[in-house]
Design a protein around this ligand. Structure first.
Ligand code: GLA
Length: 382
């Protein structure tokens, strides 16, 4: 009997933590496009753009400031923003008034990767400061923590901030960033992480997207689920160094991986093509599917790969990916997908029915391209 109130409380707090990031977080982050050139004006304009250009409607909600916002600590040790961000509370209020949420960035080390003030020995104080400003998301980046901790300390170091964020009582998504070292997928969730980077930094190149997205995610699917996600890094769609075929592959692969979708481009002036890629309704639905299963590779033949992702309604999302430098005819066999008989197939990017199909799906896939399909679980009789 005496244990009851305690057990109840325990469940209440676990329940609260689980409310966050039940599907992979969606939003924007300043780093890929702006790096140190981000300031409050840019952030406000990005928030305005998200509302007016359909990104918010498509599900993007977090507006995340990455490195270089930090100033000095005051006499009491309270971290201040620098001159680029004169009023953080005001900025958070502005973002919230748009129906969006705001994210910020720090390091467990004394300095961030760009050399600004980190949270070392100020973890609880900083968490309280951010909660008071109205921050909804923290990316916590290892950087100079390597000078004061060992890799073995990582789970505890991240848990310290995870606990500090929880103690504020404000729901703050916790994004662990230590480049996928020390088997982070195995302990990220226990340290309070809602997502954790699985690799080094992404670049706006096919090589980077392909290496990170295809090769480095294999086997990590077992660790992802509602509230805790593998993070293959932010999107590069729209940053200009890949073509539309490659950006579609990037977006499709991230959706198959149930990856966080953090746009990394300048949302204030997007090409229509990039906007269409970032806001594709069906692709986003695959990423955001409530079952929260990370997709996995089911077959590989030379430089072509087939990935599948089980969905909540029993349907399957399947990606036929061609990493080759030439177009390829690809075949997804039902037997590799655990299917028998005839199933209705829908082409995701063309939003078009491909009919009831038996045994296998065949498609010509462009070089560096993808054909993404949804296969209905229902077996058709005729
Ligand atoms: C690291 C991270 C990047 C970015 C920069 C900022 O490299 O991995 O995503 O946050 O630091 O300095």
């Amino acid at each position: 009997m005496t244990l009851r109130p305690f057990t109840g409380l325990l469940f209440a707090s676990v329940g609260m933590a689980q409310q966050l990031a039940l599907t992979p977080p969606m939003g924007w982050n300043s780093w890929n496009k702006f790096a140190e050139k981000v300031d409050a004006k840019v952030v406000k304009e990005i928030a305005d753009a998200m509302v007016s250009n359909g990104m918010k409607n498509a599900g993007y909600v977090y507006v995340n400031i990455d490195d270089t916002w930090q100033g000095k600590r005051d006499a009491e040790g309270v971290l201040q923003p620098n001159e680029k961000f004169p009023d953080m509370k005001g900025l958070a209020d502005y973002i919230h008034s748009k129906g969006l949420k705001i994210g910020i960035y720090s390091s467990p080390g004394p300095k961030t990767c760009a050399g600004f003030e980190g949270s070392y020995q100020h973890e609880e104080q900083d968490a309280k400061t951010w909660a008071a400003w109205g921050i909804d998301y923290l990316k916590y980046d290892w950087c100079s923590a390597k000078d004061v901790y060992k890799d073995d300390d990582m789970p505890a170091v991240y848990k310290k901030m995870g606990d500090a964020l929880k103690a504020t009582g404000r729901p703050i998504v916790f994004s662990i960033c230590q480049y996928g070292r020390h088997k982070v997928s195995e302990w990220g969730a226990a340290s309070g992480g809602n997502l954790w980077r699985t690799t080094g930094d992404i670049e706006d190149s096919w090589k980077s997207v392909a290496t990170i997205g295809f090769d480095k995610q294999v086997g990590l699917e077992q660790y992802a689920g509602p509230g805790h996600w593998n993070d293959p890094d932010m999107l590069e769609v729209g940053n200009g160094r890949m073509d539309a075929v490659e950006y579609k592959t990037h977006m499709s692969l991230w959706a198959m991986l149930a990856a966080p979708l953090l746009a990394g481009n300048d949302l204030r002036n997007m090409q229509d093509e990039d906007k269409e890629i970032l806001t594709n309704r069906l692709v986003i639905a695959v990423d955001q599917d409530k079952l929260g299963k990370q997709g996995y590779r089911v077959s590989k033949d030379g430089r072509t790969e087939i990935w599948m992702k089980p969905l909540e309604n029993g349907d399957l999302a399947v990606g036929l990916f061609n990493r080759d430098d030439r177009d390829q005819l690809m075949i997804a066999k039902w037997s590799d997908l655990g299917l028998t008989g005839k199933h209705q197939v829908r082409d995701v990017w063309h939003d078009a029915d491909r009919g009831k199909i038996k045994d296998l799906f065949e498609a010509e896939v462009s070089s560096h391209g993808v054909v993404m399909i949804l296969i209905s679980k229902k077996e058709e009789r005729k």
